[in-house]
Design a protein around this ligand. Sequence first.
Ligand SMILES: [Zn+2]
Length: 195
Amino acid sequence: MTSPQDASGAAADATPEASALADAASFAGVPDEFQRLWTPHRMAYIRAGADAMRADCPFCAAPGKDDADGLIVHRGRTAYVLLNLFPYNSGHLLVCPYRHIATYDQATDEEVAEIGELTQTAMRVLRHVSRCEGFNIGMNQGSVAGAGVDEHLHQHVVPRWGSDANFFPIIAKTKALPQLLGEVREAVAHAWPAD
Ligand SMILES: [Zn+2]
């Protein structure tokens, strides 16, 4: 990080910002080895938080659409299964209760049982359709824990293959996804067993 003083000398000192700078030696604090990247613009997201999502919850909206538009592969009694619009891998499924509840402990016994059943079926279907060799399964509870939609419970079912991890996510924040969502939805929905 550069300060106005060392960036361009006298020219920077002439700006109003430069005149407001104070000597940090008089501030309280404990120096350490970390550099700080100050991002005050991100407060807009933190302040907007859950209230911004509640008005338009994607997991409340999806069941109101037809299966293709909602990326839904199966509708159960208390919960349903859809494709993640932002997949980690081809075939990344989400198991959601229809009710707008935030955390797992708010789910009823019936919802817990059906989320479990649908997760098991999702594994069998993905194994059959995509020949995956493993899974990541889990729920992020709360935005601090990584939940993208923290207001509406959803269980991730991510199929894994031996060679699926590559360097793209690390160097370019880019996922290589070889199959389009519509094709994946059709294949998974077609393979889902009838009730
Ligand atoms: Zn919802």
